[in-house]
Design a protein around this ligand. Sequence first.
Ligand code: HEC
Length: 96
Amino acid sequence: MAAILKRADSNMPALAQQGKLIFDQTPKYAPKYTGNQLSCNDCHLQSGTASLAAPMVDLAGLFPMFNKRAGHVISLQNRIQECFTRSEAGRASARG
Ligand code: HEC
């Protein structure tokens, strides 16, 4: 248990940091998946923390959720892929 926690602790900051770079500067850090010059941060303001700008805060607990466009329940991973394909005019990564 302690070993797992230690590993998670040492990995999380780097992963979180990488995620923030991709979120804030998507065309630069995820060029394979973007078809325009928009970053997630351009719509989901302040790295997805601004209220009333489709914030990312606490989303994990809301999914899976019914998606009107899809006509069925989708996962958070599916929803992220949807913003990559629709908002970023790019393509979905295998893991969202
Ligand atoms: C062109 C603007 C735009 C860009 C760029 C964009 N999104 Fe979105 N995103 C939206 C809109 C609009 C919604 C729907 C908000 C709502 O339902 O209230 C949304 C919804 C979402 C949701 C679901 C939020 C919820 O409350 O259900 C996620 C997750 C998401 N986007 C992730 C991303 C990620 C990750 C990126 C970058 C790869 C991104 N978005 C880029 C506009 C954008």
